[in-house]
Design a protein around this ligand. Structure first.
Ligand SMILES: Cc1cc2nc3c(=O)[nH]c(=O)nc-3n(C[C@H](O)[C@H](O)[C@H](O)COP(=O)(O)OP(=O)(O)OC[C@H]3O[C@@H](n4cnc5c(N)ncnc54)[C@H](O)[C@@H]3O)c2cc1C
Ligand code: FES
Ligand code: FES
Length: 487
């Protein structure tokens, strides 16, 4: 089941067999490609990353020379991004005469009725079944089974008719994977690297450079090229808004943008790491981000979307900017002249506008150390999971003398959804510094926070609602910290 790439033609290994990508144009998504090859289990429900009916498994590197089966949304990625990769669909997981344990449990526990969503659930569930640390990290709680199964792995899969309880029953009934299962043995060795893809098609070109220098050279030559990382934003534009690019440059596998390193002064996070990879590699060492990750979209989106892509959009409602503003993050932009550092607070210049030049990439994000002692991320959205923020607040406070009545020495607050760009709540920060951390201080500063930004009415929330939610952030943080002390 090793990936094959013959005679320079692009191609993937699909359910164990070579599948040529020759003649495929850059806007054809992986779902259409796979279905056209006869694997029609994966479905199109929404074409915008919301339903998971299109979920497939791809082998991804774990950063330590081994691999992980990773479920992603096939509807969002150009098929050409899978050049050289190993891909498995529900048909490749098991067959009607030889059901995989995941398929068997879904069948016998009534986890499928109309079946439209089922192949997608099977892929997400199988990826979690094969997660190497599943059993070891197993704990029985509201969102994990005693078998270590993390229900969040299914947070990007919607089912309209069965109801989720039988699906959860199936997930929680799974045993450990058989060590001789070929998908388990495959995890011990490296996943395929990103292939050096170059495709010219009458409807556009697709290039995957293999070095950062090559990528920058291309952008210098062709500044209007579309940079694509995880394609969770770009895929929606292609499918729903009909966006097309003359040249797509895929940057998500560039090694120079995929490291994560702690130094004495900062932690540097490679911009091309997916949100799931950052979450796993940080392993809770940046508590503010640890709070954010479970609230960011779904596991399927976090498996594809990168942290750099979240900043690359320049969106005022991205989730990482408020958190990274509170953490005083600095972006490392790489262009023809090399690296330059830009504090995130200076990066956004207007609605979806930034200081990044067209021939620059966000290479990494640096978070200064040490971190502030009291941090929190509050996201207000219409749904708990898989939804974009109406308002997001990142909070980082340094309190001298402990959270009960100690003095606020430093405050950094990042806001999303209340202005044309993510912003720092500087007036509130000033209102907090030098004050004792008490309910009264939190209430007074909350009034200042409610007046920050220029919130608007839109389909997600009214301006009044946004201001009202801002006013809740500090009292909520105060209540949380004092409850922690009391317990
Ligand atoms: C169903 C769904 C739910 C979502 N939920 C959330 C959510 O809860 N919170 C949230 O914040 N976002 C959410 N998103 C948006 C999206 O997933 C994120 O913005 C994600 O981080 C984008 O990363 P990507 O790698 O997929 O970006 P891409 O789509 O590949 O690129 C996005 C933009 O960034 C640019 N870009 C990418 N990488 C770089 C780089 N290194 N340097 C310079 N420019 C770059 C691209 O040119 C493009 O303009 C959601 C999207 C979907 C489809
Ligand atoms: S078709 Fe709905 S997430 Fe892909
Ligand atoms: S079984 Fe019908 S949508 Fe899930």
């Amino acid at each position: 089941m090793t990936a094959q790439r013959s005679s320079g033609d692009p191609g993937m290994t699909l359910n164990g067999q070579p599948s040529s990508l020759a003649g495929i144009d850059p806007s054809t998504n992986a779902l259409d490609f796979i279905r056209d090859r006869g694997f029609t289990g994966a479905k199109e429900g929404c074409a915008e990353g919301e339903c998971g009916a299109c979920s497939i498994m791809v082998l991804r590197p774990d950063g330590e020379g081994r691999s992980r089966w990773t479920a992603i949304n096939a509807c969002l990625i150009p098929a050409l991004t899978l050049d050289g990769q190993e891909v498995v669909t529900a048909e490749g997981i098991g067959t009607p005469t030889d059901l995989h344990p995941v398929q068997r449990e879904m069948a016998v526990r009534g986890g499928s009725q109309c079946g439209y969503c089922t192949p997608g659930f099977i892929c997400s569930m199988a990826a979690e079944y094969y997660r190497p640390d599943r059993a070891a990290g197993g704990h029985d709680c509201a969102e994990h089974g005693a078998n270590g199964f993390d229900l969040h792995s299914l947070s990007g899969n919607l089912c309209r008719c069965t109801g989720y309880r039988p699906i959860r029953d199936a997930a929680y009934a799974l045993g450990d994977a058989d060590p001789s299962d070929e998908r388990v043995t495959r995890l011990a060795t490296a996943a395929p690297a990103g292939a050096a893809t170059q495709v010219e098609h009458e409807f556009g070109r697709f290039v995957r450079p293999t070095t950062l220098a090559e990528a920058i050279e291309i952008l210098q030559r062709e500044p209007d090229a579309m940079i694509v990382a995880g394609s969770t934003d770009w895929g929606v534009d292609v499918n729903i808004k009909g966006a097309r690019a003359g040249l797509v440059v895929a940057i998500d596998r560039l090694a120079e943008m995929r490291g994560l390193e702690f130094t004495d002064e900062f932690v540097e996070i490679g911009a091309a790491l997916t949100l799931s990879e950052v979450e796993r590699l940080l392993d809770g060492r940046v508590p503010l981000l640890a709070q954010l990750f479970p609230q960011f979209a779904s596991r399927l989106i976090r498996n594809g979307g990168t942290i750099g892509g979240n900043l690359g959009t320049g969106s005022p409602i991205g989730d990482t900017p408020p958190a990274l503003l509170a953490l005083e993050a600095v972006l490392v932009l790489t262009g023809p002249a090399g690296d330059r550092e830009v504090p995130l607070a200076d990066y956004f210049t207007g609605y979806r506008q930034t200081v990044r030049a067209k021939d620059e990439l966000i290479r990494a994000i640096r978070i200064p150390l040490p971190l502030s002692g009291l941090t929190a991320f509050h996201k207000i959205a219409k749904r708990r999971f898989d939804d974009i923020s109406s308002v997001a607040v990142g909070l980082a406070l340094e309190i001298e003398g402990g959270v009960e009545g100690g003095i606020v020495r430093k405050a950094r607050i990042g806001l999303g959804g209340v202005a044309a760009t993510p912003i720092r709540a500087t007036a509130t920060e000033q209102a907090l510094v030098g004050k004792p951390w008490t309910a009264q201080t939190a209430a007074e500063a909350a009034e200042v926070l409610g007046r920050e930004g220029t919130p608007m009415d839109d389909h997600r929330a009214s301006a009044d609602y946004r201001a009202a939610t801002l006013r809740t952030a500090l009292p909520k943080l105060f209540a949380e910290t004092t409850q922690e002390v009391a317990s």
